[in-house]
Design a protein around this ligand. Sequence first.
Ligand code: PEP
Length: 249
Amino acid sequence: MRNYFIAGNWKMHKTRAEAAALAQALVAQLKDGKHKYLVAPSFTALETVGKIVAGTNIMLGAQNMAAEEQGAHTGEVSVLQLKDLGVQAVILGHSERRHLYKEDDALINKKVRLALKHGLEVILCVGELLEEREAGKAEAVCETQTVKGLEGVTAEELKRVTIAYEPVWAIGTGKTATPEDADAIHAFIRKVIGKLYGEAASKSICIQYGGSVKPENAAQLMAKPNIDGALVGGAALKAETFVPIAKFA
Ligand code: PEP
């Protein structure tokens, strides 16, 4: 079996007490889990959750990061502060960051390079809007976001990068890309990685799918040859829905 990577993005949900309860449930229920796991709570709960997942098979992730190391950047959180809390990975280029907060590829790339420079793993999210898909531009959008997001990233650093393909129209909407459609884009992203870094990298890169992943559709998605895991939003907020995804059969 492949080494799947299942990550939960808790977005702007949960107080520290709620985050702790979920983290404790996941630690208990995933201790015999066979895959790679990550949870990404809000910044405010990182320390609390970090203490609970430390030394377990669940990695601690952040949902975003500043593009600068430190300095006069009111409201931002730096890579140094994340590392200080035990953060091991960071989600970058999430569609909510791209579309609600207008982060462009250049800014995302700056964050990607900074996170990698400091030894973090990166989940780089790419994905098209509904109108882009309808205009036949899904591949072109994913190619641009992948190529620009990885500009200046070395082959060695790429080993710490996961790509998450998240069609924007499927995020939080209950609409999932069919496993076939998702797999086709994953195969395409693999080709893009091949052009940039060679065949071995294209085979070994982990490409997660994200967009209304649920216990009911996880296994079908993971059965596809190019889908190596999931980035889960809504269903990551409860152990009852995240654990079955994380232990899909
Ligand atoms: C996400 O935000 O990364 C996501 C995939 O959300 P959801 O699972 O709720 O569609």
